[in-house]
Write a protein that binds this ligand. Structure first.
Ligand code: ADP
Ligand code: ADP
Length: 224
């Protein structure tokens, strides 16, 4: 587990300010959901957490450590992307193993990690398949597997369910929450879907036009 603090974050793209001073505290083990309309800055904020986007102003701390100048791979985070970003020419096994190979982790350890992730995600029978031979839900699980094998303290989700049909979306919400609990991670989850935010979050952060409009537990925000 790990806490995440976002302090006075601002972001400019060229002369345009898209994040206008955002502060968010996420406790150890919390499932935080950033919600808001398209263009309000959710992904940019998540990408700054991941180290994929420069911070113009402010600080991000993971487990009390300022990570502003750390490379993505030094941050103890793993990101699950919207479009799955699977390698089409690699098997399920290799898709999950690939980043560990690059990190020069030894093959026995890689196999252990991939086996564990596959078991957690119900992918054990599908390891030899290629992405095109999988359903949407299975592909999404492989994308999650690629994050799990890294054994991160913090999971970052960028609209991971938006390509799935409604029924699968509901099922995968529950799966992601179970995963979060089982692995004792801290999660930051971005969505534009208020219902998804309501049903999944310990803490909801409502964003609008680069600022935090509201922040709190789901019931405190929407009940009255
Ligand atoms: P959201 O995830 O809430 O839909 P984004 O964080 O993707 O919003 O985008 C926030 C704003 O920043 C938008 O106005 C978007 O057009 C702009 N933006 C995002 N990425 C870039 C970029 N690489 N260059 C310029 N503007 C960008
Ligand atoms: P090598 O030539 O060293 O076996 P590979 O990348 O083919 O290199 O495999 C590395 C390890 O990962 C092997 O020990 C193998 O057991 C395991 N492995 C590779 N692909 C799969 C797979 N689809 N299912 C299960 N284990 C696999």
């Amino acid at each position: 587990m790990a806490s995440v603090q976002i302090r006075g974050i601002q972001k400019y793209f060229g002369g345009t300010q898209v994040i206008r001073g955002v502060d968010i505290d996420i406790e150890d083990g919390q499932f935080a959901v950033l919600v808001g309309p398209s263009g309000c800055g959710k992904s940019t904020l998540l990408r700054m957490l991941a180290g994929l986007e420069q911070i113009t102003e402010g600080e991000i701390l993971i487990n009390g450590k300022v990570v502003n100048n750390m490379q993505p791979k030094e941050r103890d985070i793993a990101m699950v992307f919207q479009n799955y970003a699977l390698y089409p020419h690699m098997t399920v096994y290799d898709n999950m193993a690939f980043s560990l190979l690059l990190a020069k982790i030894d093959k026995d350890d890689i196999k252990k990690r991939v086996d564990r992730a596959s078991e957690i995600l119900g992918l054990s029978q599908l390891l030899e398949r290629f992405p095109r031979q999988l359903s949407g839900g299975q592909r999404q699980r492989v994308a999650m597997g690629r994050a799990i094998v890294r054994d991160p303290q913090v999971f970052l989700f960028d609209e991971p369910l938006s390509n799935l049909d409604a029924k699968l979306r509901v099922q995968m919400r529950a799966e992601i929450k179970e995963l979060h609990q089982r692995l004792h991670t801290t999660s930051v989850y971005v969505t534009h879907d208020q219902i998804e935010a309501m049903t999944m979050a310990d803490q909801i952060v409502v964003m609008h036009d680069g600022v935090v409009e509201q922040r709190g537990k789901p019931l405190d925000l929407y009940d009255h």
